[in-house]
Design a protein around this ligand. Structure first.
Ligand code: HEC
Ligand code: HEC
Ligand code: HEC
Ligand code: HEC
Ligand code: HEC
Length: 216
């Protein structure tokens, strides 16, 4: 009498095949997935009408955020640059580049470029840039290493829990005011502590998590 029934071979082969396929999948997930960028932030970068690069303009040319996002210190909106701002330079350099054709067309027809928005909150949430800037919360704290991005990607999903975790304990996220726009700022031993900055900016967390602060 046979110890193994005839189906055993089939079962064994199926098991071997299963193990092999599992192994291949595992290797794929270890090697290939990070390489194809599924795991990198690049996939949060939407296409834009012009492939504008913060890396070139901010880290390369050293332009300040406020040169283009002119409203960020004064209003709730940071504001998007008008074509005229781009043309202060691009009427002289890269004047015929195909990449900039939408820019020239926009200027000629006097309609603004429709950038695809990367960060948006639902209408029922109130947000204000100027207060965060005034209280020493840096742009990169919320927008990630934007000065090094060739295409702008979303560094934060903007969940309510993210806003709240900082509003409950802002101290570790604060920096000196003059560093707010610095895209490469790092804390150094001479940086005032978070608690010192809390006192200096008179930040009071008592009501900062109240629903009415963000839902008005
Ligand atoms: C030369 C002009 C220029 C400068 C300087 C500049 N930006 Fe921008 N920024 C743009 C343009 C154009 C866009 C729209 C295209 C895009 O999203 O990349 C943009 C988009 C953004 C967005 C995404 C907005 C959204 O919701 O779609 C953020 C955030 C941003 N900039 C932050 C910054 C910060 C922080 C700095 C300074 C470190 C800075 N920018 C400097 C021109 C500029
Ligand atoms: C202060 C001058 C200046 C301003 C303002 C400026 N640019 Fe540029 N831009 C440059 C220079 C210089 C280069 C070439 C950079 C390089 O090749 O390293 C460039 C390159 C580019 C390129 C080619 C791709 C790249 O990044 O190298 C695009 C597209 C572009 N700029 C779009 C824009 C748009 C859109 C605006 C307005 C929101 C703008 N620029 C504002 C100076 C400027
Ligand atoms: C506390 C977090 C936070 C900080 C700090 C911050 N932003 Fe934003 N930013 C946001 C959020 C949230 C939005 C989306 C706002 C909306 O949809 O109403 C946004 C949107 C933007 C936009 C798109 C236009 C707009 O106003 O909606 C630009 C440009 C921008 N930010 C630039 C900046 C710059 C430049 C700085 C630094 C001076 C900065 N941000 C600092 C959270 C932040
Ligand atoms: C990294 C820290 C940080 C993050 C993230 C953050 N905030 Fe704030 N927020 C602050 C600080 C600091 C203040 C200033 C508090 C003060 O004035 O005492 C503030 C103030 C505000 C105010 C004004 C409060 C008032 O008294 O009127 C609003 C509104 C606000 N934040 C909304 C938001 C929303 C919405 C988000 C998420 C999309 C967010 N914040 C994310 C740190 C943060
Ligand atoms: C610091 C800002 C902030 C405060 C304070 C805040 N929220 Fe929100 N809330 C948000 C943001 C941003 C969103 C949208 C993003 C999301 O869906 O997570 C949101 C979304 C919501 C939603 C939509 C449902 C959902 O999760 O998609 C509800 C309901 C809500 N908040 C209730 C509250 C209540 C109740 C409080 C008070 C206990 C509160 N919020 C306090 C920022 C805030």
């Amino acid at each position: 009498m046979a110890i193994f029934p005839p189906q055993a071979n089939v079962l064994m082969n199926a098991a071997l095949l299963g193990t092999f396929a599992g192994g291949v999948l595992l290797l794929l997930s270890i090697w290939v997935v990070p390489v194809i960028g599924y795991n990198t932030e690049e996939r949060f970068a939407p296409e834009q009408p012009i492939p504008f690069s913060h890396k070139h303009h901010v880290s390369g040319l050293g332009l300040d955020c406020r040169y283009c996002h002119t409203m960020v210190e004064k209003s709730s909106n940071a504001g998007m640059p008008s074509t005229a701002i781009c043309m202060t330079c691009h009427s002289q350099i890269w004047t015929n580049a195909a990449m900039l054709a939408p820019d020239r067309q926009s200027l000629a027809e006097n309609i603004s470029i429709r950038w695809t928005r990367v960060y948006t909150l639902p209408d029922y949430v109130y947000f204000d840039h100027s207060i965060h800037v005034a209280k020493g919360v840096g742009c990169t704290t919320c927008h990630g290493p934007i000065g090094d991005m060739a295409m702008t990607w979303k560094a934060q999903p903007l969940h309510m829990s993210w806003c709240l975790s900082c509003h409950r304990d802002p101290a570790p996220h604060l920096r000196p005011r003059e560093e707010v726009f610095n895209p490469h700022w790092r804390r150094t031993p001479s940086t005032p502590s978070g608690e010192e900055l809390m006192a200096q900016y008179r930040i009071n967390t008592k009501n900062l998590s109240d629903c009415g602060i963000c839902h008005r």
